[in-house]
Design a protein around this ligand. Structure first.
Ligand code: HEC
Length: 179
């Protein structure tokens, strides 16, 4: 078989086109791999940057007071409750002050003290005040019920929270069981 010059030229062009195409493709692949790893390292750098800010601004973990409840010091809780008494009474039939009366608060419907004018955030909060919800609320009131009007920073220490919740639990004709 004998190729004419034109055929050879055509074949040559075809081969170069393939080689060229191949080069572009492998080039692309390399570029993509590079982009990926660049993005990955950028992301890592961003995360490293964001971490301290998130810790400072984001929801902070104040621990879990529930495991401490069974052994909590009710008397210490009574003392800490003085902080709450600026705004709350805890006795049966006690008046609402800046905040609602807290008699029998464990297990009580959220935002349900008769005659107290709650924020819509609090009346809109779902469910009853379980021990768990009280723990989360008292750790950081503004984070647990967003937009509520209890201007109290919270009890950051889990053992103090456990003591206060253990005391709140006693403000009831029939204290709820500790899980
Ligand atoms: C500066 C006043 C203030 C202090 C101090 C305060 N609270 Fe409150 N608290 C409020 C107000 C006001 C509300 C109602 C919030 C709303 O309607 O958004 C409230 C609501 C509550 C509720 C929800 C009651 C319900 O009926 O749903 C609980 C539980 C509660 N407070 C517990 C405490 C405890 C425990 C302390 C002390 C560790 C405390 N508060 C300290 C003002 C205060």
């Amino acid at each position: 078989m004998k190729f004419s010059n034109w055929e050879l030229l055509g074949g040559g062009l075809l081969v170069s086109a393939w080689v060229f195409w191949g080069a572009i493709m492998s080039g692309n692949v390399l570029v993509h791999v590079d982009e990926k790893s660049i993005h990955a390292s950028l992301r890592l750098a961003e995360e490293a940057d964001a971490a301290p800010t998130a810790a400072a601004k984001g929801p902070v973990d104040f621990g879990n007071a529930l495991p401490l409840l069974a052994k909590a010091d009710v008397e210490a809780g009574h003392k800490s409750f003085k902080k709450c008494e600026t705004c709350h009474t805890g006795v049966q039939g006690g008046p609402n002050k800046v905040g609602p009366n807290l008699w029998d608060i464990v297990g009580r419907d959220k935002g349900a003290a008769p005659g107290f004018s709650y924020s819509s955030a609090m009346t809109g909060a779902e469910g009853n005040w379980t021990l768990e919800d009280l723990d989360k609320f008292l750790a950081s009131p503004k984070d647990f019920v967003k937009g509520n009007k209890m201007t109290f920073v919270g009890l950051r220490k889990a053992d103090e929270r456990a003591a206060v919740i253990a005391y709140l639990r006693t403000l009831s004709p029939a204290p709820k069981p500790i899980p």
